[in-house]
Design a protein around this ligand. Sequence first.
Ligand code: KIV
Ligand code: ZN
Length: 510
Amino acid sequence: MKRIKIFDTTLRDGEQSPGCSMNLNEKIEVARCLEKLKVDVIEAGFAISSKGDFESVKTIAETVRDCTVASLARANTGDIDAAYEAVRNAVDPRIHLFIATSPLHMEYKLKMTPETVLQKTADMVRYAARYCSNIEFSAEDATRSDPEFLAKVVTAAIQNGATVINIPDTVGYATPEEVKELFSYLIGHVENADRVEFSAHCHNDLGMAVANSLAAVSAGALQIECTVNGLGERAGNTALEEVVMAMKTRADRFPLQPRLDTTKIFRASKTVYNIIGQSAPINKPIVGKNAFAHESGIHQHGVLANRLTYEILTPESVGIGKNAMVLGKHSGKHAFAAHLSELGYELTQEELAKTFERFKALCDKKKTVNDLDIEALVHDKSRGSESGDYTLDRFDVHSGNCATATCTIRLKKEETLTEEVSLGDGPVDAAFRAVDKIVCPPAHTFENYAIQSVSEGKDTLGEVVVKLRCDGEDYTGRGLSTDIMEASILAYLNAVNRLCAEHRPEGKEA
Ligand code: KIV
Ligand code: ZN
């Protein structure tokens, strides 16, 4: 049975955009979420681009069982060798190779004639097809290419073994009508077009990525490339949650459907935002805080009479629960574990014990603990420390509008306690300076500090994200506490520990 395949490139096109980098564990966490979502293909990275990318593509290929795993490669043998080496142990490995086909890209970026691009396409697809039978070919900047030349390149790719043909709108320039025309033209004119799957890969520079992807589907595309939350270069890629819910909600217009489990969308979105230290804009379709809120009296009245008056899809369909408080300080560990499992979390015994302990502590501090709080506790990794990390033992902070802020901090590393004090431009600055005095991290720039409340109420948990940059790499730290100073210190310490772990001289224990 034909259906629309979802190719997720959060870990490649999404991750390569500024401020969205992830470490290996975070990428694995995202890959697991994508597998639960039942995407068809996970593009796990660009294997040749760095040692870290190679390792993460390889690990994901060896971890994920229910999806095809792809690595990107330029049209050269070195890239293709690395891509295959990284994905070869996947249940269904795919090499995704690309070359640009627009006059601008060929002349100024590749410095190649169209004839050379055509020849390279044939040679490199044939080269990749010796490794595996699942080969995707992308014509970069396809929507600004000459359609006749593009058809020749696509024909060469199919003749030499490509099984998926991707037509990217690399700079987000095309309109839905143009996309539909281009796909119809290619599918109608290219020899053996019916033997391959056509795929759309749209960028959102003019806000048309989702509309363009749907236009491609209307013209016969069978694969959509997208990212969770629409992450990606510049204005991002097609947002997975939006394009999938558009197809599901308008099934009357899209007879071919994706296999996705939409009830896992909200969780995937939160996981990705949490990892990159961002949150959804409140009016973001599907996953924004207001996406299902009905504020005005007229709308509320209508929804009460019949939900369908103003609601075209339900929060439940994307996995947004009611956040009802069903557990409290008297709940036992079994009830807690059962509730976590209802929410879709499977924790190890050790993780469960730690999370339960923190849940109990939170119940003492906060009047009501709801699912948002519990999920924040599950996601919070800041308390987990690696050997050699500094952990927070205690802090004492003083600030006021007529006094210079001061912070005294005591950190623990293995069994050693170290205390320092610092002044600062406000309590957060004073605390971070005190941490620096103890840890002495390598030179870095301070990129971002963000704080947000997890749920409602004055006693809410505060979640702080701190981002540091060193040698072009981002180090993100997170902290969670009902005390925002504590959350800030935990987040900073988390980032600094990661930075120090990466810059430890090789072979040297912390
Ligand atoms: O936007 C683009 O053209 C790409 C290709 C490499 C597929 O990301
Ligand atoms: Zn792209």
